[in-house]
Design a protein around this ligand. Structure first.
Ligand code: CAA
Length: 256
């Protein structure tokens, strides 16, 4: 696979590092195809319990590759479904965390939002600057940013093209937590190891249930939660988790 994305396995966590430093990790077709292929493969890997996507200190990703897009026409964009081809990331049942330092702009912000949680360094800058280029967000920004931060803030970001810093991003709930830039990746890898140490059926169920809340009404969502909660009582890991609590020891989950 292309070296525009580097894959490293650390025990049960897979680290994917975007690697186009000369273009601030701009997301060209080669990079997005490689990233999707890695995620699709890792999603099938029983040894991997959590995936982390990161970039460099300067840029998580400065957006879709403007140089690649500039001369494209409508029919080419439509027929190739230019940004609709990367469903592997949101389809992945294994949790994916984004560790964001520096710029996460346009497609970079959208890629981070495809992940299950965004952890930012204090240097992170988020934005959807597509309006400055005569277009709009095309990898989910108009939908995911609005769900994350609400209409007023999403309109403000998308209509002005301004950037927000990490503190503002945490305040408006785009970001789960902020860490100093030099410890961000270590901290996110620790979070990923924690998740990867839990019972996989409960991790899948938790991710599915939270994601479901974005699709359905509250009553349907609550009903759905019960439907995925009860079957966990058919797993050995539910017995192990609760028994370990009662016996005051660490659980030894079988289906990690
Ligand atoms: N596409 C292609 N190349 C990019 C790029 C992008 N999105 N972002 C940066 N680069 C390239 C620059 O062209 C430059 O290359 P050269 O050295 O060959 O000129 C290199 O990366 C370094 O960038 P800068 O010199 O611009 O670095 P800077 O520190 O002065 O500025 C920046 C950093 C503010 C992030 C600036 O690069 C920038 O504004 N980038 C574009 C951000 C943007 O508009 N993103 C949205 C893209 S459209 C999109 O994403 C559509 C969608 O919804 C899917």
């Amino acid at each position: 696979m292309s070296d525009t994305v580097l894959l490293e396995r650390r025990d049960r966590v897979a680290l994917l590092t975007l690697n186009r430093p000369e273009a601030l990790n701009a997301l060209n077709t080669e990079l997005l195809t490689t990233l999707s292929a890695h995620v699709a493969e890792l999603a099938e890997d029983q040894e991997i319990g959590c995936i982390v996507i990161t970039g460099s200190q300067k840029a998580f990703a400065a957006g879709a590759d403007i140089k690649e897009m500039r001369d494209k026409g409508y029919i080419e964009m439509l027929m190739s479904d230019f940004f609709g081809r990367y469903g592997a990331i949101s389809a992945c049942r294994t949790p994916i965390l984004a560790a964001v330092s520096g710029y996460a702009l346009g497609g970079g912000c959208e890629l981070a939002m495809m992940c299950d949680a965004i952890y930012a360094s204090d240097t992170a800058k988020f934005g959807q600057p597509e309006i400055r280029l005569g277009v709009i967000p095309g990898m989910g920004g108009s939908q995911r940013l609005t769900r994350a931060v609400g209409k007023a803030k999403a309109m403000d970001m998308i209509l002005t093209g301004r950037m927000m810093d990490a503190e503002e991003a945490e305040r408006c709930e785009l970001v789960a937590r902020i860490f100093p830039a030099d410890t961000l990746l270590d901290e996110v890898m620790k979070i990923a190891e924690t998740i990867a140490g839990y019972s996989r059926p409960s991790v899948f169920a938790a991710k599915e249930a939270v994601n479901r809340s974005f699709e359905v009404s509250l009553s349907e969502g609550l009903h759905y939660e019960h439907r995925v909660f009860y079957p966990l009582f058919a797993t050995e890991d539910q017995k192990e988790g609760m028994t370990a609590f009662v016996e005051k020891r660490k659980p030894d989950f079988r289906h990690r």
